[in-house]
Write a protein that binds this ligand. Structure first.
Ligand code: SF4
Length: 280
């Protein structure tokens, strides 16, 4: 059984840098605090907790002399201001590509456009982007785009991990109903690469395994994308979820993982699949 791991499976550079920064800060200062999970992956959060990176729900829960780390997905301006006003020691782990989306969206607003963010409702990154401007609209699907009120002039960006197919569908609806549209394609390049690679693997392999937490929108999206091409696609969180029967009559397995999945989980899953082959 041939096993192929997608070249860019797992951590994108933004998440990798944020997790490394959390480890480094926890090592240097014994503790570091984060508002919510640093990434949508239970293993990573638990590992970080063990070295002193703690999750809190409010700025007020961060002890006075301790550092607070703002996560890769970005943080809403109100929380930044609140933390600064309270004199907190902020460490900014926001991905530079997310900072760039914040900048783009503000520029679009300065052009007098109604801002539309194509993304998942309630996702931290989307909430952070929308909060950069006044009354942004979040649209997650073609149906929502069809039902959106008409505006004369809109500025559109997307969540960094969106599927281009979904964005295209939504933009096509806008073209049919809105006079003046400016769209900035803010799907990030690690996402584009990951999506291209899964499309190729899903066509070439008998079975596809996607590793990622079920709380991770981009892992679920990767699995959904693969499933449309290859019905034998399975999402797992770790090697324990793997079922031997998936590999019956299987000569080739493709593995990919969401942007919040650490390397060791990918290696662990690959080894378990190799073992199935040996035990056959
Ligand atoms: S998915 Fe893209 S934008 Fe988001 S943290 Fe990773 S590299 Fe940055």
């Amino acid at each position: 059984m041939k096993i192929t791991i997608a070249k860019d499976a797992g951590y994108c550079f933004g998440v990798r840098d944020a997790v490394n920064l959390a480890h480094k800060t926890a090592n240097e200062h014994k503790e570091v605090y984060m508002l919510g999970d640093i990434v949508h992956n239970e293993s990573v959060v638990s590992d970080l907790n063990k070295v002193g990176a703690k999750v809190v729900s409010s700025i007020d829960d961060v002890p006075k002399d301790k550092k607070i780390l703002f996560r890769a997905h970005g943080t809403i301006p109100k929380i930044w201001k609140n933390a600064e006003d309270k004199g907190k020691n902020i460490i900014d782990a926001t991905c530079p590509l997310v900072h760039k989306i914040h900048k783009e969206v503000k520029e679009l607003e300065e052009e007098g456009r109604k801002i539309v963010v194509i993304g998942d409702h309630g996702h931290d990154e989307v909430v952070g982007i929308a909060a950069q401007v006044k009354d942004a609209i979040v649209i997650s699907s073609k149906d929502e785009a069809l039902n959106m009120k008409k505006y004369r002039k809109i500025g559109v960006v997307s969540q960094s991990t969106q599927m281009i197919e979904n964005v295209n569908e939504i933009i096509n609806v806008f073209i049919s109903k809105i006079y003046d549209i400016r769209f900035i394609n803010t799907i990030c390049f690690p996402t584009k690469r990951n999506h291209e690679q899964i499309k190729e693997l899903a066509s070439d392999c008998d079975v596809i395994i996607i590793i990622g937490s079920f709380t991770s929108a981009n892992s679920k999206r990767l699995a959904k994308m693969s499933k449309t091409i290859n019905d034998r696609t399975y999402q797992v969180t770790c090697s324990k979820d793997i079922k031997v029967e998936w590999f019956i009559n299987c000569n080739s397995v493709g593995i990919s993982a969401g942007a919040s999945t650490p390397d060791y989980l990918i290696e662990d899953v690959a080894k378990s699949i190799e073992k199935i082959e040996t035990d056959k």
